[in-house]
Design a protein. Structure first.
Length: 442
Protein backbone atom coordinates (compact mmCIF):
# COMPACT_ATOMS: atom_id res chain seq x y z
CA UNK A 1 0.00 0.00 0.00
CA UNK A 2 2.84 2.41 0.77
CA UNK A 3 4.39 1.73 -2.63
CA UNK A 4 1.04 2.36 -4.33
CA UNK A 5 0.56 5.56 -2.33
CA UNK A 6 4.03 6.78 -3.33
CA UNK A 7 3.37 5.99 -7.00
CA UNK A 8 0.04 7.82 -6.92
CA UNK A 9 1.58 10.92 -5.34
CA UNK A 10 4.44 10.83 -7.84
CA UNK A 11 1.96 10.55 -10.72
CA UNK A 12 -0.04 13.47 -9.30
CA UNK A 13 3.16 15.52 -9.16
CA UNK A 14 3.98 14.72 -12.79
CA UNK A 15 0.45 15.60 -13.93
CA UNK A 16 0.50 18.89 -12.00
CA UNK A 17 4.06 19.82 -12.97
CA UNK A 18 2.92 22.12 -15.85
CA UNK A 19 0.83 24.06 -13.32
CA UNK A 20 3.79 24.32 -10.92
CA UNK A 21 6.01 25.47 -13.78
CA UNK A 22 3.47 28.11 -14.78
CA UNK A 23 3.20 29.35 -11.19
CA UNK A 24 7.00 29.47 -10.92
CA UNK A 25 7.35 31.50 -14.09
CA UNK A 26 4.26 33.69 -13.69
CA UNK A 27 4.16 34.28 -9.92
CA UNK A 28 7.67 33.24 -8.81
CA UNK A 29 6.26 30.41 -6.70
CA UNK A 30 7.75 26.98 -5.91
CA UNK A 31 11.02 27.34 -7.85
CA UNK A 32 13.03 28.64 -4.91
CA UNK A 33 11.66 26.00 -2.55
CA UNK A 34 12.02 22.89 -4.73
CA UNK A 35 15.30 21.80 -3.17
CA UNK A 36 13.90 21.91 0.37
CA UNK A 37 10.75 20.11 -0.74
CA UNK A 38 12.99 17.32 -2.03
CA UNK A 39 14.80 17.16 1.30
CA UNK A 40 17.88 19.20 0.40
CA UNK A 41 18.28 21.57 3.33
CA UNK A 42 21.47 23.60 3.60
CA UNK A 43 24.14 21.95 5.77
CA UNK A 44 24.26 25.10 7.89
CA UNK A 45 20.63 24.48 8.83
CA UNK A 46 21.72 22.18 11.67
CA UNK A 47 25.49 22.20 11.40
CA UNK A 48 26.23 20.37 14.67
CA UNK A 49 23.52 17.76 14.21
CA UNK A 50 21.64 18.81 17.35
CA UNK A 51 18.41 17.04 18.31
CA UNK A 52 15.25 19.05 17.84
CA UNK A 53 11.50 19.44 17.95
CA UNK A 54 9.96 19.78 14.49
CA UNK A 55 6.61 21.59 14.18
CA UNK A 56 4.73 21.62 10.87
CA UNK A 57 2.12 24.31 10.10
CA UNK A 58 0.68 24.34 6.58
CA UNK A 59 -0.12 27.98 5.91
CA UNK A 60 -0.94 31.35 7.46
CA UNK A 61 -3.78 30.18 9.73
CA UNK A 62 -1.76 27.33 11.22
CA UNK A 63 1.31 29.53 11.69
CA UNK A 64 -0.74 32.07 13.62
CA UNK A 65 -2.30 29.32 15.72
CA UNK A 66 0.96 27.62 16.61
CA UNK A 67 2.89 30.68 17.83
CA UNK A 68 1.98 30.48 21.54
CA UNK A 69 2.62 26.73 21.52
CA UNK A 70 6.04 27.25 19.96
CA UNK A 71 6.92 29.86 22.58
CA UNK A 72 6.09 27.42 25.39
CA UNK A 73 8.03 24.60 23.70
CA UNK A 74 11.07 26.87 23.63
CA UNK A 75 10.72 27.51 27.35
CA UNK A 76 10.18 23.87 28.30
CA UNK A 77 12.82 22.32 26.04
CA UNK A 78 15.80 24.72 26.09
CA UNK A 79 18.31 21.99 25.15
CA UNK A 80 16.52 21.04 21.93
CA UNK A 81 16.57 23.05 18.74
CA UNK A 82 13.15 24.12 17.44
CA UNK A 83 12.29 24.04 13.74
CA UNK A 84 9.12 25.13 11.93
CA UNK A 85 8.07 24.01 8.45
CA UNK A 86 5.29 25.26 6.21
CA UNK A 87 3.82 24.15 2.90
CA UNK A 88 2.71 27.43 1.33
CA UNK A 89 4.73 30.47 0.35
CA UNK A 90 2.46 32.80 2.36
CA UNK A 91 2.88 30.60 5.43
CA UNK A 92 6.65 30.63 4.95
CA UNK A 93 6.76 34.41 4.69
CA UNK A 94 4.64 34.89 7.81
CA UNK A 95 6.64 32.32 9.81
CA UNK A 96 9.95 33.99 8.95
CA UNK A 97 8.57 37.38 9.84
CA UNK A 98 6.56 36.69 12.97
CA UNK A 99 7.75 33.52 14.73
CA UNK A 100 10.86 34.47 16.66
CA UNK A 101 11.09 31.44 18.97
CA UNK A 102 12.33 28.95 16.35
CA UNK A 103 15.87 28.28 15.20
CA UNK A 104 14.93 28.01 11.53
CA UNK A 105 12.00 27.86 9.11
CA UNK A 106 11.92 25.61 6.05
CA UNK A 107 9.57 24.08 3.47
CA UNK A 108 7.94 20.75 4.27
CA UNK A 109 9.28 17.92 2.06
CA UNK A 110 7.23 16.00 -0.45
CA UNK A 111 5.96 12.82 1.18
CA UNK A 112 8.35 10.50 -0.61
CA UNK A 113 10.60 8.26 1.44
CA UNK A 114 13.89 9.62 0.08
CA UNK A 115 12.82 13.24 0.74
CA UNK A 116 11.55 12.41 4.23
CA UNK A 117 14.79 10.61 5.09
CA UNK A 118 16.99 13.46 3.91
CA UNK A 119 14.99 15.96 5.95
CA UNK A 120 14.98 13.80 9.07
CA UNK A 121 18.71 13.19 8.77
CA UNK A 122 19.37 16.91 9.11
CA UNK A 123 16.53 18.04 11.35
CA UNK A 124 17.11 15.12 13.78
CA UNK A 125 13.79 15.50 15.64
CA UNK A 126 12.99 13.76 18.87
CA UNK A 127 9.40 14.96 18.47
CA UNK A 128 7.40 15.79 15.33
CA UNK A 129 4.20 17.84 15.72
CA UNK A 130 1.78 18.30 12.82
CA UNK A 131 -1.05 20.81 12.81
CA UNK A 132 -4.70 20.01 11.98
CA UNK A 133 -4.88 17.54 9.05
CA UNK A 134 -1.24 17.09 8.07
CA UNK A 135 -1.04 13.29 8.18
CA UNK A 136 1.72 12.12 5.83
CA UNK A 137 2.18 8.31 5.61
CA UNK A 138 5.80 7.99 4.47
CA UNK A 139 7.14 10.60 6.85
CA UNK A 140 5.24 9.13 9.79
CA UNK A 141 6.45 5.62 8.99
CA UNK A 142 10.04 6.87 8.86
CA UNK A 143 9.57 8.65 12.19
CA UNK A 144 8.30 5.41 13.73
CA UNK A 145 11.34 3.51 12.43
CA UNK A 146 13.69 6.07 13.99
CA UNK A 147 11.88 6.26 17.31
CA UNK A 148 10.74 9.85 16.76
CA UNK A 149 7.65 10.66 18.85
CA UNK A 150 4.77 12.09 16.80
CA UNK A 151 1.56 13.93 17.63
CA UNK A 152 -1.29 15.54 15.74
CA UNK A 153 -2.07 18.96 17.24
CA UNK A 154 -5.39 20.78 16.85
CA UNK A 155 -6.51 17.85 14.72
CA UNK A 156 -9.64 17.86 12.64
CA UNK A 157 -11.13 15.63 9.97
CA UNK A 158 -13.46 17.72 7.84
CA UNK A 159 -16.76 16.51 6.41
CA UNK A 160 -15.24 16.63 2.92
CA UNK A 161 -12.07 14.66 3.68
CA UNK A 162 -13.72 12.01 5.86
CA UNK A 163 -15.36 10.08 2.97
CA UNK A 164 -12.05 10.04 1.10
CA UNK A 165 -10.19 8.65 4.12
CA UNK A 166 -12.93 6.07 4.58
CA UNK A 167 -12.36 4.76 1.05
CA UNK A 168 -8.83 3.74 2.09
CA UNK A 169 -9.66 2.92 5.70
CA UNK A 170 -7.39 -0.12 5.95
CA UNK A 171 -4.38 1.89 4.78
CA UNK A 172 -5.31 4.95 6.84
CA UNK A 173 -5.67 2.80 9.97
CA UNK A 174 -2.08 1.69 9.49
CA UNK A 175 -0.97 5.31 9.04
CA UNK A 176 -2.78 6.42 12.21
CA UNK A 177 -1.01 3.65 14.12
CA UNK A 178 2.25 5.50 13.43
CA UNK A 179 1.00 8.58 15.31
CA UNK A 180 1.72 8.40 19.03
CA UNK A 181 -1.08 10.78 20.04
CA UNK A 182 -3.98 12.57 18.39
CA UNK A 183 -5.03 15.89 19.97
CA UNK A 184 -8.30 16.92 18.30
CA UNK A 185 -10.53 19.97 18.35
CA UNK A 186 -13.84 18.29 19.15
CA UNK A 187 -15.85 15.15 19.72
CA UNK A 188 -16.90 14.88 16.07
CA UNK A 189 -13.31 14.60 14.87
CA UNK A 190 -12.59 12.08 17.64
CA UNK A 191 -15.50 9.93 16.46
CA UNK A 192 -14.36 10.14 12.84
CA UNK A 193 -10.83 9.06 13.75
CA UNK A 194 -12.17 6.12 15.73
CA UNK A 195 -14.28 5.09 12.73
CA UNK A 196 -11.12 5.24 10.64
CA UNK A 197 -9.40 2.83 13.00
CA UNK A 198 -7.52 5.06 15.44
CA UNK A 199 -7.02 3.72 18.95
CA UNK A 200 -9.44 5.66 21.24
CA UNK A 201 -6.86 5.40 24.05
CA UNK A 202 -4.54 7.66 22.02
CA UNK A 203 -7.10 10.38 21.25
CA UNK A 204 -7.54 13.48 23.42
CA UNK A 205 -10.18 16.14 22.83
CA UNK A 206 -8.16 19.23 23.69
CA UNK A 207 -10.22 21.91 21.94
CA UNK A 208 -8.88 24.37 19.40
CA UNK A 209 -5.53 26.00 20.10
CA UNK A 210 -6.74 28.83 17.89
CA UNK A 211 -8.65 30.12 20.92
CA UNK A 212 -5.35 30.31 22.80
CA UNK A 213 -3.43 31.64 19.81
CA UNK A 214 -5.51 34.78 20.12
CA UNK A 215 -3.41 35.62 23.18
CA UNK A 216 -0.75 36.61 20.68
CA UNK A 217 -3.02 39.34 19.29
CA UNK A 218 -2.99 42.71 21.07
CA UNK A 219 -6.31 43.43 22.71
CA UNK A 220 -8.18 46.68 22.07
CA UNK A 221 -6.83 49.56 24.12
CA UNK A 222 -3.31 48.17 24.50
CA UNK A 223 -1.64 50.74 22.30
CA UNK A 224 -1.66 51.41 18.56
CA UNK A 225 -0.35 48.66 16.30
CA UNK A 226 1.61 49.58 13.21
CA UNK A 227 -0.99 48.28 10.78
CA UNK A 228 -3.70 50.41 12.40
CA UNK A 229 -1.66 53.52 11.65
CA UNK A 230 -2.73 53.03 8.02
CA UNK A 231 -6.41 53.02 9.07
CA UNK A 232 -6.90 56.16 11.17
CA UNK A 233 -10.70 56.10 11.09
CA UNK A 234 -12.69 59.18 11.95
CA UNK A 235 -15.33 58.54 14.64
CA UNK A 236 -18.58 57.20 13.25
CA UNK A 237 -17.23 56.09 9.88
CA UNK A 238 -18.94 52.75 9.01
CA UNK A 239 -16.41 50.02 8.17
CA UNK A 240 -17.22 46.64 6.65
CA UNK A 241 -14.37 44.09 6.57
CA UNK A 242 -14.64 41.05 4.31
CA UNK A 243 -11.92 38.59 5.33
CA UNK A 244 -10.50 35.55 3.53
CA UNK A 245 -12.89 35.88 0.60
CA UNK A 246 -12.92 33.50 -2.34
CA UNK A 247 -13.99 33.86 -5.95
CA UNK A 248 -17.74 34.35 -6.14
CA UNK A 249 -18.04 36.16 -2.80
CA UNK A 250 -16.60 39.62 -3.39
CA UNK A 251 -19.33 40.78 -5.78
CA UNK A 252 -22.04 39.92 -3.23
CA UNK A 253 -20.17 41.82 -0.51
CA UNK A 254 -19.53 44.83 -2.75
CA UNK A 255 -23.18 45.08 -3.77
CA UNK A 256 -24.31 44.89 -0.15
CA UNK A 257 -21.79 47.59 0.70
CA UNK A 258 -23.06 49.80 -2.13
CA UNK A 259 -26.48 49.87 -0.43
CA UNK A 260 -24.79 51.58 2.52
CA UNK A 261 -23.39 54.37 0.38
CA UNK A 262 -26.23 56.81 0.69
CA UNK A 263 -25.60 60.49 -0.11
CA UNK A 264 -23.25 61.87 2.52
CA UNK A 265 -22.13 58.42 3.71
CA UNK A 266 -18.39 57.82 4.00
CA UNK A 267 -18.56 54.06 4.54
CA UNK A 268 -15.38 52.04 3.92
CA UNK A 269 -15.04 48.49 2.62
CA UNK A 270 -11.86 46.49 3.34
CA UNK A 271 -11.49 43.28 1.32
CA UNK A 272 -8.89 40.62 2.11
CA UNK A 273 -8.93 37.96 -0.59
CA UNK A 274 -7.76 34.57 0.64
CA UNK A 275 -5.41 34.06 -2.31
CA UNK A 276 -2.78 36.72 -3.05
CA UNK A 277 -2.96 35.83 -6.74
CA UNK A 278 -6.50 37.32 -6.80
CA UNK A 279 -5.63 40.81 -5.49
CA UNK A 280 -5.70 42.29 -9.01
CA UNK A 281 -9.03 40.61 -9.77
CA UNK A 282 -10.67 41.89 -6.58
CA UNK A 283 -9.41 45.42 -7.18
CA UNK A 284 -10.90 45.28 -10.67
CA UNK A 285 -14.26 44.06 -9.30
CA UNK A 286 -14.42 46.95 -6.86
CA UNK A 287 -13.77 49.48 -9.59
CA UNK A 288 -16.33 47.85 -11.89
CA UNK A 289 -18.96 48.27 -9.17
CA UNK A 290 -18.20 52.00 -8.96
CA UNK A 291 -15.93 52.09 -5.90
CA UNK A 292 -12.86 54.27 -5.72
CA UNK A 293 -10.27 51.70 -4.69
CA UNK A 294 -6.75 51.64 -3.28
CA UNK A 295 -4.42 48.92 -2.05
CA UNK A 296 -3.25 48.69 1.54
CA UNK A 297 0.37 48.79 0.31
CA UNK A 298 -0.34 52.21 -1.24
CA UNK A 299 -1.88 53.83 1.86
CA UNK A 300 -0.02 56.67 3.56
CA UNK A 301 0.78 56.11 7.22
CA UNK A 302 -1.10 58.04 9.90
CA UNK A 303 -3.88 59.03 7.52
CA UNK A 304 -7.46 57.96 6.97
CA UNK A 305 -8.07 56.07 3.69
CA UNK A 306 -9.80 58.40 1.26
CA UNK A 307 -11.10 55.64 -1.01
CA UNK A 308 -14.39 53.73 -0.79
CA UNK A 309 -12.58 50.38 -0.73
CA UNK A 310 -9.18 49.12 0.37
CA UNK A 311 -7.70 45.87 -0.94
CA UNK A 312 -5.66 44.29 1.85
CA UNK A 313 -2.76 43.09 -0.31
CA UNK A 314 -0.47 42.21 2.61
CA UNK A 315 0.06 38.94 4.49
CA UNK A 316 -0.67 38.50 8.19
CA UNK A 317 -2.40 41.84 8.82
CA UNK A 318 -6.05 40.83 8.58
CA UNK A 319 -6.33 39.92 12.27
CA UNK A 320 -5.29 43.44 13.25
CA UNK A 321 -7.50 45.13 10.68
CA UNK A 322 -10.56 43.48 12.23
CA UNK A 323 -10.20 45.99 15.06
CA UNK A 324 -11.50 48.83 12.90
CA UNK A 325 -14.56 46.91 11.65
CA UNK A 326 -18.18 47.60 12.52
CA UNK A 327 -19.27 44.36 10.81
CA UNK A 328 -17.14 41.42 9.63
CA UNK A 329 -17.99 38.95 6.88
CA UNK A 330 -15.78 35.84 7.01
CA UNK A 331 -15.34 34.35 3.56
CA UNK A 332 -14.98 30.85 2.22
CA UNK A 333 -18.50 30.34 3.52
CA UNK A 334 -20.84 31.79 0.90
CA UNK A 335 -19.31 29.42 -1.66
CA UNK A 336 -18.84 25.71 -0.87
CA UNK A 337 -15.26 25.92 0.45
CA UNK A 338 -15.81 24.98 4.10
CA UNK A 339 -15.36 28.40 5.71
CA UNK A 340 -12.50 30.16 7.47
CA UNK A 341 -11.46 31.19 10.96
CA UNK A 342 -14.03 33.33 12.81
CA UNK A 343 -12.06 33.60 16.05
CA UNK A 344 -9.85 36.53 15.05
CA UNK A 345 -12.71 39.04 14.73
CA UNK A 346 -14.40 37.46 17.76
CA UNK A 347 -11.55 38.30 20.12
CA UNK A 348 -12.07 41.98 19.30
CA UNK A 349 -15.78 41.72 20.04
CA UNK A 350 -16.93 42.23 16.45
CA UNK A 351 -20.29 41.11 15.01
CA UNK A 352 -19.57 38.25 12.62
CA UNK A 353 -21.49 37.14 9.54
CA UNK A 354 -20.76 33.95 7.61
CA UNK A 355 -22.45 31.88 4.93
CA UNK A 356 -23.93 28.36 4.91
CA UNK A 357 -20.67 26.51 4.17
CA UNK A 358 -18.75 26.33 7.48
CA UNK A 359 -18.06 22.59 7.53
CA UNK A 360 -14.32 22.98 8.16
CA UNK A 361 -15.13 24.93 11.33
CA UNK A 362 -18.44 23.25 12.11
CA UNK A 363 -17.98 22.85 15.87
CA UNK A 364 -16.80 26.42 16.36
CA UNK A 365 -19.53 27.82 14.10
CA UNK A 366 -22.23 25.84 15.92
CA UNK A 367 -20.99 27.12 19.28
CA UNK A 368 -21.12 30.72 18.05
CA UNK A 369 -24.64 30.34 16.66
CA UNK A 370 -25.89 28.58 19.80
CA UNK A 371 -24.59 31.43 21.95
CA UNK A 372 -25.93 34.25 19.79
CA UNK A 373 -22.37 35.25 18.87
CA UNK A 374 -22.65 35.26 15.06
CA UNK A 375 -25.14 35.42 12.20
CA UNK A 376 -25.33 32.78 9.48
CA UNK A 377 -26.84 33.67 6.11
CA UNK A 378 -28.02 31.23 3.46
CA UNK A 379 -27.75 33.27 0.28
CA UNK A 380 -26.40 36.44 -1.30
CA UNK A 381 -29.76 38.10 -0.70
CA UNK A 382 -29.63 37.29 3.03
CA UNK A 383 -26.05 38.55 3.16
CA UNK A 384 -27.15 41.83 1.63
CA UNK A 385 -30.06 42.24 4.05
CA UNK A 386 -28.01 41.23 7.11
CA UNK A 387 -25.12 43.59 6.43
CA UNK A 388 -27.42 46.55 5.83
CA UNK A 389 -29.46 45.70 8.94
CA UNK A 390 -26.43 45.31 11.21
CA UNK A 391 -24.80 48.49 10.01
CA UNK A 392 -27.89 50.38 11.04
CA UNK A 393 -28.33 48.66 14.43
CA UNK A 394 -25.51 49.48 16.91
CA UNK A 395 -27.31 47.74 19.78
CA UNK A 396 -27.45 44.41 17.95
CA UNK A 397 -23.84 44.81 16.85
CA UNK A 398 -22.75 45.34 20.44
CA UNK A 399 -24.72 42.32 21.65
CA UNK A 400 -23.24 40.02 19.00
CA UNK A 401 -19.73 41.29 19.58
CA UNK A 402 -19.90 40.89 23.36
CA UNK A 403 -21.18 37.33 23.00
CA UNK A 404 -18.38 36.49 20.56
CA UNK A 405 -15.69 37.85 22.88
CA UNK A 406 -17.16 36.03 25.89
CA UNK A 407 -17.20 32.73 23.97
CA UNK A 408 -13.52 33.09 23.10
CA UNK A 409 -12.60 33.71 26.73
CA UNK A 410 -14.65 30.73 27.91
CA UNK A 411 -12.90 28.32 25.53
CA UNK A 412 -9.26 29.05 26.21
CA UNK A 413 -7.13 26.21 27.57
CA UNK A 414 -6.43 23.95 24.57
CA UNK A 415 -2.77 24.96 24.59
CA UNK A 416 -2.24 23.69 28.15
CA UNK A 417 -4.07 20.43 27.41
CA UNK A 418 -1.95 19.92 24.30
CA UNK A 419 1.26 20.65 26.19
CA UNK A 420 0.29 18.07 28.80
CA UNK A 421 0.12 15.44 26.04
CA UNK A 422 3.44 16.59 24.58
CA UNK A 423 5.09 16.42 27.99
CA UNK A 424 3.87 12.84 28.36
CA UNK A 425 5.45 11.91 25.03
CA UNK A 426 8.69 13.79 25.62
CA UNK A 427 9.38 14.65 29.29
CA UNK A 428 11.28 17.95 29.52
CA UNK A 429 14.87 17.87 30.70
CA UNK A 430 14.59 19.76 33.99
CA UNK A 431 18.25 20.66 33.86
CA UNK A 432 18.97 24.10 32.54
CA UNK A 433 21.97 24.96 30.40
CA UNK A 434 24.75 25.94 32.74
CA UNK A 435 26.29 29.36 32.31
CA UNK A 436 29.84 29.88 33.51
CA UNK A 437 30.31 33.49 34.67
CA UNK A 438 33.21 35.53 33.42
CA UNK A 439 36.07 35.97 35.87
CA UNK A 440 37.71 39.35 35.80
CA UNK A 441 41.48 39.06 35.84
CA UNK A 442 43.34 42.09 37.12
Amino acid sequence: MYLLYSLVTLLAFVVLSPYFLYQALRHNKYAGSLGQRLGYLPVSFNLDGDESIWVHAVSVGEVLAVRPLVAELRRRYPRLRLFLSTTTLSGQQLARRSVSDVDAVFYFPFDWTFAARRTLNLVKPRLFLMMETEIWPNLLRECRRRGVKTALVNGRISYRSFPRYRLVKRFFQRVLADVDWLCVQGEETARRLEQLGADPARISVTGSVKFDSLEALPMPGRGPERVLRFFRMSPGRPVLVAGSTLKGEEVAVIRAFNRLRRPGSNALLIVAARQPSRFDEVERLCRQEGLSTVRRSELPIDAEPRADAVILDTIGELAQVYQVADVVFVGGSLVPAGGHNILEPAVFGKPIVFGPHMQNFAEIAEAFLANGAAVQVRSERELDETIVSLMGDPVRRARLGAAARALVEANRGAKDKTLAVITGLLPPDERRPSVVPFRVIH
